[in-house]
Ligand binder design. Structure first.
Ligand code: HEC
Ligand code: HEC
Length: 436
């Protein structure tokens, strides 16, 4: 609807401006208050009718080649417009009313005809196909926000997270603490300056780099501009590690960030372009074009490593992080539990953002805590509750709302069961259970 109004204004603004001018003119030139009121009212109605007319046209244009389901809406708008005009321009009234009636009949018939096939299943089901390359920067940015946060407008919501999983580690707004990863506010600005100019970045001389990886792939070279820096950061986190954020004990040589185009996150180049566009647009900056961004990724991701576009993937575009066919250590890794929690017996699970998950020992004491307000009576129930509804009980001294609240939806029942089974058997000071 907002979009329609915008398009209508794009097309109809000269007419509306004219009417607005008239409105002002009447205010000044008509002295009789009653006449003034009438004239003002009429022009106002005229403006409204004009806007609706242009909205109808915009709507018609938009859907002309589509399934035409919204065509009746256009016709109804035109009908209403004609009736409105007929009320106030009485000399033209009869003509306008007849015209309006005809539109109304047409609207009814086309509406009827349009809804009918749906009932009979005459149309093939519409496949949700996202063609990123044809989008405006704002549309692309919206898709990017969905990928990062799970929805448009969710970027300031605590715990909002999408398939890109970036908020697991990154903060995106100034002032928000990002102890695990750099705050991405201001990234477009610093990417091309501070970062590329950092001697450790070794722009143009990948062979001089002192990181776990010198280049994204042999011959890829280094970034030449800010967008390429961003692309390289996503494709090859180990090619350059922001000082202080490396994996503990590696002296900043290795990055804890996963390659975003690889499993489990596996964003396609199109999706990465959407993510990047959001990073620029939300700061009010002009983003490089879709093609430029995709090209910057092609520089650092060889053809064979590029994930297929969403619509080419087999099966439903499931947003599940793990479907339960994995082993439990894979599930912990895929869901990123390992970046926040230390989990005995699970390789790489040495996070310290949340408590050590010795739940065989912890769960009974949590349930007994006088501040415990949850509903669990047993260790498995407590673990399940902690995962699906982390705020039910907040382990001291950790802050609330740090643990994502999405796992109930992002993990299959099977995956949750494997987690619960495993964690119930982990006791402080005892040998961890076998991974099954
Ligand atoms: C598991 C944690 C983690 C996840 C998930 C993650 N990152 Fe990172 N990211 C990091 C860390 C740590 C660094 C700093 C070390 C480095 O330079 O690699 C970093 C660095 C970056 C940089 C370079 C920042 C700078 O200031 O130069 C960018 C850009 C970036 N990440 C974007 C993303 C995006 C976009 C996503 C989601 C699609 C994402 N990251 C997901 C941990 C993560
Ligand atoms: C972004 C960091 C983060 C991630 C990712 C994360 N957690 Fe947590 N988790 C926390 C924090 C912080 C707490 C403590 C605060 C609270 O209780 O909400 C916690 C608490 C818990 C508890 C309660 C522990 C206790 O001893 O009472 C369990 C169980 C748990 N997490 C399991 C998981 C599992 C399983 C995953 C992966 C599916 C996961 N967490 C992912 C941060 C995280």
């Amino acid at each position: 609807m907002g979009d329609l109004i915008k398009q209508a204004l794009d097309m109809g603004w000269p007419a509306l401006a004219l009417l607005a001018g008239l409105l002002v003119y009447f205010q000044v030139s008509i002295s009789d208050p009653a006449a003034k009121k009438r004239a003002t009212f009429k022009t106002f109605i005229g403006m409204l009718a004009t806007l609706m007319l242009f909205m109808a046209i915009a709507n018609y244009k938009e859907n002309f080649y589509g399934e035409n389901r919204l065509l009746p809406v256009s016709l109804v708008m035109v009908t209403a417009t004609t009736f409105m005009l007929a009320l106030y321009f009485t000399n033209l009234g009869a003509l306008l009313k007849i015209g309006g009636l005809m539109f109304f009949v047409a609207a009814f018939l086309s509406g009827y005809g349009n809804w009918l096939p749906q009932v009979e299943g005459g149309f093939p089901p519409k496949v949700e196909k996202l063609e990123y390359s044809g989008m405006t920067a704002q549309q692309l940015a919206d898709e990017g926000e969905k990928i990062i946060f799970g929805g448009v407008g969710k970027n300031k919501e605590q715990g909002a997270i999408g398939k890109g999983q970036c908020p697991l580690c990154h903060a995106f707004h100034a002032g928000m603490l990002g102890e695990r990863a750099p705050n991405l506010q201001g990234l477009p600005e610093r990417a091309g300056k501070e970062r590329l100019e950092d001697p450790k970045y070794s722009k143009g001389h990948p062979e001089k780099r002192e990181y776990a990886q010198k280049e994204a792939f042999p011959g890829s070279g280094t970034a030449e501009n800010g967008q390429e820096y961003i692309a390289e950061s996503h494709a090859c986190p180990n090619c350059y590690v922001v000082a202080g954020y490396g994996v503990k004990g590696t002296n900043d040589k290795e990055s804890p960030m996963p390659s975003i185009h690889k499993p489990p996150i596996s964003l396609s180049l199109d999706e990465l372009a959407a993510v990047d566009t959001w990073l620029y647009v939300r700061e009010g900056r002009d983003a490089p074009s879709f093609d430029e961004i995709v090209k910057s990724y092609e520089k650092f991701i060889p053809e064979a490593d590029r994930p297929k576009k969403q619509e080419e993937k087999s099966g439903p575009p499931s947003a599940l992080m793990a479907d339960g066919t994995e082993t439990v250590d894979q599930i912990f890794a895929k869901a990123q539990c390992v970046s926040c929690h230390t989990i005995p017996g699970i390789p790489g699970a040495n996070g310290t953002i949340g408590p050590k998950l010795v739940e065989g020992t912890n769960a009974p004491t949590r349930i007994k805590d006088k501040d415990y307000k949850g509903t669990a009576k047993t260790t498995p129930d407590y673990i399940m509750e902690s995962i699906v509804n982390p705020s039910a009980y907040v382990v001291k001294p950790f802050p609330d709302n740090t643990m994502p609240k999405v796992f109930g939806q992002k993990l299959s029942a099977g995956a949750l069961k494997k987690i619960v089974d495993y964690l119930s058997q982990v006791y402080e000071g005892k040998e961890p259970p076998k991974i099954s």
